[in-house]
Ligand binder design. Structure first.
Ligand code: ASP
Length: 352
């Protein structure tokens, strides 16, 4: 009888443990490598609705996102580094007027373009960032150069441009960044009768030409290479009508960008002020490191719970050391894509 009781209680305990591990995001399962290499990108989050999108515009976004991610994927497939993949992928988007980064950067209140970018290497935890440059064609390249060729992590404005020139990076005339669409967005926001808006709307109106159709447009990429190294990068023109040298989250390590081979890599897009206050990218990594959360649960908590409670809008793309990938956002849409080691492409714009 005693023996029977003993066996029954053993069975109950082991069944309980099994149930527990099923419902608590099974830690053993998280140790499995799901991809030898992988890449994930975003082209900004916001009120991106199918009903406001023409077929041509949608096709143009999809084509550019595909071109960008395939560029990085082929680098990784051929044994290239995650750093190279992130650089080249982001440069494809920086050179397109479709995204609020590089060529398509939004306008400041003073009708200039001030660009921000950052990069982090998950192996060394080294990082580079640039804020408020006006004449550097590829801010992501400059961020990487700051990491590799200077003793600093972050440079800004004139000094950053001087450094870029000294390092032989491509300098462009400020009108390289002029696009009619972005210029008109600035005019709309400036002409807006702000007295009709309530307090929160006023804050939003400061940043975007049309709150109901607000979208960001920053670009970002996270990659895992065959050597297990994670890299993450983000590049942006910031937010329309920004002034007084405003700097968002994109060049802030731990907020717009973070990478650590022990956990994950993250690139953010959204209302920068909230992303800075939430330390979005680092918080995801920290939850994985200190709470043993999966990538999925960590990104969900940071975006859907913490950021949302604070009133922030936007999203992230993230990838962990085992090649798991996650898109998470609390807006109507986010331009996004991922590719695994088998070459399978996921490409989405709207929330499904
Ligand atoms: N996060 C960027 C900023 O606040 C904007 C964006 O994601 O589009 O500058």
């Amino acid at each position: 009888m005693k023996k029977l009781l003993f066996i029954t209680s053993l069975l109950i305990i082991s069944f309980g443990c099994k149930l527990d591990s099923l419902k608590t995001d099974n830690p053993e399962k998280r140790q499995e490598k799901v991809n030898d290499f992988a890449i994930i990108i975003h082209g900004g989050a916001g009120t991106i609705l199918k009903k406001n999108m023409s077929d041509e515009k949608e096709a143009a976004y999809k084509a550019k996102l595909t071109e960008a991610i395939k560029t990085g994927h082929s680098i990784l497939k051929n044994g290239g580094t995650s750093q190279e993949a992130v650089l080249k992928t982001i440069q494809v988007m920086e050179e397109s007027p479709l995204f609020n980064a590089g060529k398509g950067a939004v306008f400041t209140h003073e009708e200039t373009n001030e660009l921000d970018a950052s990069f982090m290497d998950g192996k060394t935890l080294n990082a580079g960032a640039v804020a408020g440059v006006k004449n550097v064609k590829s801010p992501i390249e400059l961020a990487i150069k700051i990491m590799t060729d200077s003793d600093h992590v972050m440079l800004s404005g004139e000094g950053a441009s001087t450094f870029a020139k000294e390092k032989g990076l491509e300098i462009v005339a400020p009108n390289y960044f002029y696009t009619e669409k972005r210029f008109q967005s600035l005019q709309r926001i400036k002409n807006r009768n702000k007295t009709e808006l309530d307090h929160d709307d006023k804050k939003a109106a400061f940043y975007d030409a049309d709150i109901k159709n607000a979208k960001f447009g920053t670009v970002g990429c996270v990659a895992l290479d065959k050597n297990g190294n994670i890299a993450a990068g983000t590049s942006t023109g910031g937010m329309t009508n920004k002034r007084w040298g405003r700097i968002g989250d994109a060049p802030i390590i731990g907020s717009g960008t973070y990478a650590n081979n022990k956990t994950c890599g993250v690139s953010s897009t959204g209302w920068g002020e909230y992303f800075i206050r939430s330390q979005v990218a680092y918080d995801i990594s920290a939850q994985m490191e200190y709470q043993q959360k999966s990538l999925k649960n960590a990104t969900k908590d940071v975006i859907q719970n913490k950021l949302t409670k604070l009133g922030g809008t936007g999203g992230v793309v993230a990838l962990d050391k085992n090649g798991n990938m996650a898109f998470e956002f609390n807006t109507a849409g986010m331009y996004r894509a991922s590719m695994n080691d088998a070459g399978e492409l996921i490409l989405k714009i709207y929330k499904e």
